[in-house]
Write a protein that binds this ligand. Sequence first.
Ligand SMILES: C[S@@+](CC[C@H](N)C(=O)[O-])C[C@H]1O[C@@H](n2cnc3c(N)ncnc32)[C@H](O)[C@@H]1O
Length: 295
Amino acid sequence: MVPGKAWTEEYLRRTRDYFWDKDFIPVLLKFLGVSRARRVLDVGSGLGYLARLIESKARKAEEIYGIDLDGSLLRAARKYGKQADSIVKYRKMDASEIKFKDGSFDFVAAMTLFVNVTNPDEILREMIRVTGPNGTIAALEPIYQTDGRSEYMPGYTESEYRFMNKLLSRRKRAATFVKGSDKYVAPRLPNMFAELGLKDVKAKAFAYAHLQKWDENGYDDYLDYLRKRSMEMERLKDTPENVLDTLPTNSLRDAKRYIGITKRRADRILRNPAKYRSMIYSTTYTILAVKGKKT
Ligand SMILES: C[S@@+](CC[C@H](N)C(=O)[O-])C[C@H]1O[C@@H](n2cnc3c(N)ncnc32)[C@H](O)[C@@H]1O
């Protein structure tokens, strides 16, 4: 287990398999440009979600590794990999001391890793070291608009959610963060990439929300939640500027577009809730994707 951090298989499975918006994943992978990747490294791979997404698009991939510090997650990742007929290999390694030779990969990525570590610079340097010339380094990190709390936690009822948020705010800090980590690291990443000599640094924000299966019990609570959510979306359209002011304008436009989609979906469900009875509309959440090239 990573000190101070208890990522569980259950948490990662819920949030990754059900939570990530299926509409934005292809756009995201296209932005990252994974299709021609041959040698791939997923740093802080957890259950291997990102590694397997890349695998699904990188048709020429020869070798894909996932590395993580947490042995139990690595075991689970191998189990899911086997079920999915995946070629990804998993190794126990510290991201700040990657035991691969310089230039071993042409695509090195991390997902929600930087937000959880106390040494992002060191890790980024290691990611760059193991990337070969012209290789891509990428990070996908959340931009927190809600002080680190999920706006809606999948699998919980509205009242459980309120209770949990109360607990979290009582502790002042979201319990899910490693002490000393910077949960607002995402908007700094494009500059960090550039400062460490990467070229063609690009960032794109993906604000997303997600439909997922839900049991009948949570449904009425959920509709209430959705009504509020729909109003909030309207307001959210104006907020990313504060959060994303360090980013190029095209990223901001993308964020707004995705928020627009989110709101339209919410409205659609509210117009005909019966049709969506087994679905839940979950949180909005902004993921910042950053990529750069090693020269
Ligand atoms: C939020 S989880 C993300 C997992 C996976 N990337 C995903 O998005 O599903 C963060 C992961 O980083 C791993 N981690 C944290 N610090 C690490 C380090 N120094 N070296 C390797 N892995 C680390 C944790 O064990 C955990 O699996």
